[in-house]
Design a binder for this molecule. Structure first.
Ligand SMILES: Nc1ncnc2c1ncn2[C@@H]1O[C@H](COP(=O)(O)OP(=O)(O)O)[C@@H](O)[C@H]1O
Ligand SMILES: [Mg+2]
Length: 270
């Protein structure tokens, strides 16, 4: 995500947040599946407030711990973890370490901000409700065993973020499959919502283009048709639109510009 870009709380995000809530409530393993680019990773990070937490647990020395934390650290009850592409054997200890560091930062913050006695319990997941593991598709089935182990040993919910179709692979692994309580589809943006975002949320998307830059309604409709509500494609298409406007010294986005942008996209979305 580029710097100016702001997370938009879309309907799909709200549905995802509800799904997380349900998994927490019932302490289930949930599967969230959706096509690449719809916003699964970003939504998970946003739900976990991970941009903030990641910075907090990245301390290098003891002095740094919790100094620029704020109340948000005390509310943090979700771990976001990306399954490693290689060397997945250490997942258990890596996730444990993240949980432990979150506890340490919380304890340090309480001491700094509230003058409370520092207290470290040995349990890394004591105040964790949910662990979201992204890119589960990368893992071999034997590595999922570690996640099942974390789930079984702790009073937590677990969500696997996957590509559609992985259920069939997971079904071959009954020990894990039998523990899956919910499945949730992360869908593309609807036409109406894409429209709304394109019209009113330019700045949040970090795009430099404004509604006035469109020559007509048709150009917007063409964008919606090409991207089919896929967030990543919207971003990519706009990068190309920007380029084409610049190369050709144009100021307005016409249907022709949109189509030229589509044709110059590397990946096939035609
Ligand atoms: N809610 C959102 N608000 C703003 N931009 C978003 C949002 N969701 C996704 N995006 C954009 O779409 C891109 C792809 O999202 P990502 O979460 O990586 O998709 P996925 O994990 O489903 O493949 C992001 O880099 C970002 O540019
Ligand atoms: Mg992703």
């Amino acid at each position: 995500m580029n710097k100016r870009q702001i997370f938009i709380e879309t309907k799909e995000y709200k549905r995802f947040a509800e799904f997380c809530g349900a998994c927490i409530k019932y302490k289930y393993i949930g599967i969230c599946y959706g096509l690449p680019g719809v916003g699964k990773t970003l939504s998970s990070r946003y739900y976990a407030n991970w941009d903030f937490i990641e910075r907090q647990i990245a301390y290098k020395t003891a002095k740094e711990i919790g100094v620029d934390a704020d109340e948000r650290i005390l509310k943090a009850r979700t771990i976001f973890y990306t399954a490693p592409a290689v060397r997945a054997t250490k997942m258990y200890s890596e996730i444990n370490l993240i949980g432990g560091k979150m506890r340490i930062v919380k304890a340090a913050y309480r001491t700094i901000a509230q003058g409370e006695e520092e207290y470290y319990s040995g349990d890394a997941f004591e105040d964790i409700d949910l662990i979201i593991v992204d890119e589960i598709d990368r893992l071999k089935l034997q590595h999922l065993e570690q996640l099942r182990d974390i789930y079984d040993r702790n009073d937590i919910a677990l969500i696997f973020i996957v590509m559609p179709g992985i259920e069939k692979r997971l079904a071959r692994y009954p020990q894990l499959f039998s523990r899956i309580g919910f499945a949730h589809e992360f869908a593309n943006l609807s036409k109406d919502e894409t429209h709304h975002i394109l019209e009113y949320k330019w700045e949040e998307l970090g795009l430099s283009i404004k509604l006035e830059d469109f020559s007509d309604y048709e150009a917007i409709t063409t964008i919606i048709k090409i991207t089919k509500g896929n967030f990543r494609l919207i971003q990519r298409l706009f990068t190309q639109i920007d380029r084409i406007l610049e190369i050709n010294n144009l100021e307005t986005i016409t249907t022709e510009v949109v189509e030229a942008a589509r044709d110059s996209l590397v990946i096939g979305i035609k």
